[in-house]
Design a protein around this ligand. Structure first.
Ligand SMILES: Cc1cc2nc3c(=O)[nH]c(=O)nc-3n(C[C@H](O)[C@H](O)[C@H](O)COP(=O)(O)OP(=O)(O)OC[C@H]3O[C@@H](n4cnc5c(N)ncnc54)[C@H](O)[C@@H]3O)c2cc1C
Length: 346
């Protein structure tokens, strides 16, 4: 265990809660819904996600399924959300590890992948996706570390055949395999593209953050060629600028074929306001004709995690801080701002 891991493991719950405060909507389904309502009033879409530990028993899986179904019902019956155009309604994100019992070691790696009942994982995810799709709620299957890539893409491919772009998934630009994965994707599907949050070995993944970010551009270009709806997920303003100036505008990509996405708590308010109002595009060279619609604003979606109980959110955040040095150091650098936010709820 290195110094960072020791420090995170020893941090009291209260400290983890304080520092994760801005990144978590709250400790109930209602808190998640209220946060999504708050953003919807500002023309910002949300993707709601349940934070929690991995499933440890079939009982946990049943509880996750029931919770996601309650979340879907809460979105569907909400008057404010019902009145929104479909792309602005909250979507849902879910992690396959909530839907299968797959014991992990202290590094977050599944101990015996060959013994895991992946078919039951697919069946459980499908239960939720079917429930959501029937009510017109978009679902995204989050991507976990490389041990989950094949199973996640298989589940997505299978569910896409039944539910089309109501179900999407995620690709991580850091993995060498991602270019081939894009080529294998079904045309017309919906994919969130990000650098990936998990540290991966150098045998299978880029190690340089800048390279991972730059690689998102050719990957997104290839996705557009395949008529894939691209959800461009990054907090880097220069990368978002490249996405628009090198791809969206010159390729005449209309706003129904992409959205931008960021995480709750990362301070990007000004940029988000400019994107959803269209102000961002007003002086951008080449915005006319097919892309003139950009001037009225695009869809920006915030990833809004909530927990059922703070203990679950704290356990999850502690685990993520231990397994992601990048996240840890970003949190460290941002600690004063986060402290101010948590103490004064700004
Ligand atoms: C909507 C969404 C969904 C995601 N889903 C997945 C997924 O399914 N699987 C997966 O592996 N990864 C997922 N990610 C995480 C993603 O892979 C990256 O780890 C994350 O977006 C940070 O990468 P970045 O491109 O913003 O670059 P970074 O270098 O991490 O961040 C760029 C800059 O943004 C700011 N910043 C970033 N994070 C924070 C923070 N927590 N607090 C304050 N400032 C911060 C900092 O100024 C930083 O310098 C998702 C990200 C988003 C936005």
């Amino acid at each position: 265990m290195d110094l960072r891991e020791t420090a995170v493991s020893a941090m009291p719950k209260a400290a983890i809660r304080l520092f994760s405060g801005p990144y978590v909507a709250g400790d109930s389904l209602q808190a998640g819904i209220e946060r999504a309502e708050h953003f919807a009033k500002q023309k910002v879409a949300s993707s709601l996600d349940v934070l929690g530990e991995d499933a440890a028993s079939p009982q946990d899986i049943s509880e996750y399924i029931a919770l996601y179904e309650r979340l879907i019902d809460a979105i569907t019956t909400n008057q404010l959300f019902r009145a929104l155009p479909e792309p602005l309604r909250p979507s849902i994100s879910l992690k396959p590890s909530s839907f299968v019992v797959a014991p992990k070691d202290e590094n977050g790696m599944v101990i015996s992948p060959g013994d895991i009942d992946w078919r039951s994982c697919e069946a459980a995810v499908e239960t939720v996706v079917e429930y959501g799709a029937a009510q017109g709620i978009r679902m995204t299957i989050d991507m976990e570390n490389h041990q989950w890539t094949d199973v996640t893409l298989d589940v997505h491919r299978h569910l896409f055949q039944k539910h089309g772009a109501m179900v999407g998934t995620v690709l991580q630009s850091r993995l060498f395999r991602t270019k081939d994965d894009v080529d294998q994707l079904p045309d017309g599907c919906r994919i969130r593209l990000c650098i990936g949050i998990y540290d991966e070995p150098e045998t299978i993944a880029l190690q340089d953050l800048h390279e991972m970010k730059n690689r998102m551009i050719p990957l997104a270009r290839r996705m557009f060629e395949k008529n894939i709806v691209v959800e461009f997920a990054t907090h880097e303003k220069w990368l978002i600028n490249r996405f628009f100036s090198e791809l969206v505008v010159p390729l005449h990509i209309t706003p129904d074929r992409f959205e931008t996405q960021t995480l709750l708590g990362v301070p990007r308010h000004k940029l988000i306001n400019q994107l959803v109002s269209g102000e961002y595009f007003r002086n951008m060279p080449g915005v006319n004709g097919d892309t003139a619609a950009l001037n009225t604003g695009i869809v920006h979606r915030l990833y809004v995690p909530f927990a059922e109980h703070w203990d679950k959110a704290i356990a999850y955040c502690r685990r993520r801080l231990i397994h992601s040095p990048n996240l840890f150091w970003t949190g460290f650098v941002n600690a004063p701002r986060v402290l101010y936010h948590s103490l004064f709820n700004k």
